[in-house]
Write a protein that binds this ligand. Structure first.
Ligand SMILES: C[S@@+](CC[C@H](N)C(=O)[O-])C[C@H]1O[C@@H](n2cnc3c(N)ncnc32)[C@H](O)[C@@H]1O
Length: 221
């Protein structure tokens, strides 16, 4: 599915989120807080838009995804597969092609919801993180006020696929986006998945009233 929408993926994001996606990405970068000399895994990195911001303080980033269409778009835009601190790697979240304890920080933006086995992916992320390292998950979530969440669900089901379809020409992919957001676990539930996978000191905070949530955890052993 992502191979088919790769070229217009970033443009559609800006349109359907009314530009909010940029603020969500800034919040993710601040939560990861990657520093010079650190190695960051941006899993389900797609075209690498989520990866670019991590290099600002001198960290190196591995942008890993299994959609060759998304990766190719990213490589074309950056002018190479390994440029300016971002290296694109083809890999599956369920069998990460990295040794144990490789990364100082691992992060997933708007990707975990798309992975077939979320719990296995969270365990794989833990495996490739150094002891003392951290995980940050940026993902769509749920507005904690019932009637507002219902209004938002109406937007998701009725308007979002039409708007995204008009911009991308692939409306059916965005039916999937709406359905997957509504089926995704709420904040506390996702925190439990992280804890069950072995992550410690798990906490989260809402962005845009819970439309998006940032979860963070640490590998303690
Ligand atoms: C919505 S995009 C997110 C891209 C990027 N992180 C961003 O913030 O724009 C979701 C990505 O998850 C990737 N994905 C889904 N399942 C995956 C898996 N098992 N392994 C690696 N990538 C996966 C898709 O190929 C897609 O590029």
């Amino acid at each position: 599915m992502f191979d088919g929408i790769a070229d217009r993926y970033d443009l559609v994001n800006d349109v359907i989120s009314l530009g909010q996606d940029r603020a969500w990405r800034r919040a993710t970068v601040n939560a990861v807080d990657a520093h010079s000399g650190e190695l960051v895994l941006d899993l389900a990195a797609g075209t690498g838009t989520s990866s670019e911001s991590f290099i600002r303080k001198g960290a190196r980033v591995i942008a890993c995804d299994f959609s060759l269409g998304m990766l190719s778009t990213g490589v074309r835009r950056r002018g190479g597969a390994s440029r300016g601190g971002v290296t694109f790697v083809a890999g599956d979240a369920l069998h990460l092609p990295f040794a144990d304890g490789t990364f100082d920080a691992v992060t997933v933006s708007f990707g975990l919801r798309n992975v077939n086995d979320v719990d296995l992916a969270l365990r794989e992320l833990l495996r490739v993180t150094k002891v003392g390292g951290r995980v940050v998950i940026c993902e769509f979530s749920h507005i904690p006020v019932g009637f507002v969440d219902r209004l938002y669900s109406t937007y998701l089901m009725a308007a979002l696929p039409k708007i995204a379809g008009a911009v991308s020409g692939k409306g059916e992919s965005y039916d999937y986006l709406s359905e997957s957001i509504m089926a995704w676990p709420a904040q506390a539930d996702l925190a439990r998945h992280l804890q069950d996978a072995g992550w410690s000191r798990v906490a989260w905070r809402n962005l845009s009233c819970g439309i998006v949530a940032l979860h963070r955890g640490f590998r303690e052993q």
